[in-house]
Ligand binder design. Structure first.
Ligand code: FCA
Length: 358
């Protein structure tokens, strides 16, 4: 922005250089005042011209509940790709609790953002987040975890996420098939289902997985739920440990959970009690948080994962928000992605194809 020169700048120096004897000082002052006014008005007029030549970029936020989880880092990668393709600015931020979400909504508004994508730390914050966003005139797109109000999904807020029930079903059917392949007798086998039922997408995944196992012939009394208190590896490790202590008679375990970390924690817990890839089989969901595990030289009980495209979800959610702001195109209200099984056999090729690894 053009700045009005301070008192010590050129006009004053020139006036001082001109001998006051030739021009009376009141005229010098008048000339100075006119030139300052002129400069000020030039700078005012210059602003719209500058703005027209380089329009400000649209700014969007992308807020996630667990920024340390690879799933969310891959989502950000996808959103970055959309930002580069469409030329908008992306502000990425971890929001681990409600207070952080509210503060971030205010920050986004102050910084001139026009909307944000969010995976909320708590789905019940939905109504409060929408009220604050409305007050701040920000558009909202949900990713992964759908807002809930009075026990019902807030389906009026555009949502991008996974087909939780179909992916859970595939997880359960694959576990049952692996058990049959190995010829494990059902009397010696049990299911460790790491659950987090307060999150709807998590409950849908694990309920569907358990449902599929039952359909495949696993009796209900061989299926044990282990609720995790926190949705990370230590949280599922602790949950699995409680269950393993209660059922020390079980010789072979099938492990399921709402995501890779849920299954990884349980895998670490069974390993600690001597189970190996020959006596336990776990299948995760996400496919992004188990890459190091699948790359380990020696197979572990972590058999595979239902891969969903995190970069794809990040790209799509940011893209529909951008188009909504830029062109007024109303986003689809419900966009779902499917899952593909990855195992040690195919994961490198599939991850490469999905743009998740190089
Ligand atoms: C939830 C889980 C994530 C991921 C996402 C699609 O937010 O916490 O790990 O599975 O759904």
């Amino acid at each position: 922005m053009f700045k009005v020169p301070p008192d010590s700048s050129r006009p004053t120096l020139r006036a001082q250089a001109l001998p006051a004897m030739t021009i009376p000082s009141c005229i010098v002052r008048l000339l100075l005042a006119v030139s300052v006014l002129c400069l000020a008005s030039c700078s005012k007029n210059a602003a719209p011209a500058e703005a027209a030549s380089a329009p400000a970029k649209i700014k969007l936020g992308f807020l996630v509940k667990q920024p340390e989880e690879p799933w969310f880092q891959f989502e950000w990668k996808g959103a970055d790709k959309a930002a580069a393709q469409y030329g908008f600015e992306l502000i990425k931020q971890g929001v681990q609790d409600g207070e952080k979400v509210m503060a971030m909504i205010d920050n986004l508004a102050v910084s001139g953002a026009q909307g944000f994508v969010i995976c909320t730390p708590d789905v019940r914050l939905g109504p409060a987040i929408m009220a604050r966003a409305k007050q701040r005139n920000l558009k909202v797109v949900l990713v992964d975890d759908q807002f809930v109000s009075d026990g019902k999904f807030m389906t009026e807020v555009p949502y991008v996420g996974m087909s939780a029930s179909r992916i859970g079903t595939k997880q359960g059917l694959t576990l049952a098939a692996e058990m049959k392949k190995r010829g494990w007798p059902i009397e010696e086998t049990a299911v460790c289902a790491i659950t987090f039922e307060e999150l709807d997408t998590a409950r849908e995944r694990t309920d569907s997985s358990i449902g599929a196992l039952k359909t495949a012939g696993i009796p209900a009394d061989r299926i044990f739920k282990a609720p995790q208190k926190t949705t990370d590896i230590p949280g599922s490790f602790d949950a699995a440990n409680v269950l393993l202590t209660q059922h020390s008679e079980v010789k072979r375990w099938l492990i399921l959970g709402m995501n890779d970390n849920a299954v990884l924690g349980a895998v670490r817990a069974v390993e600690q009690r001597g189970f190996t890839a020959d006596t336990a089989v776990g299948i995760g969901i996400n496919g992004t948080d188990c890459i190091d595990e699948l790359r380990k030289a020696k197979p572990t009980p972590f058999f595979g994962s239902m891969l969903v495209s995190a970069p794809g979800e990040g790209f799509t959610s940011a893209e529909i928000l951008y188009k909504w702001i830029k062109d007024g195109t109303p986003p689809p209200l419900d966009t779902r992605s499917e899952g593909t099984l990855i195992t040690r056999e195919n994961f490198e090729a599939v991850l490469k194809k999905e743009g998740i690894s190089e």
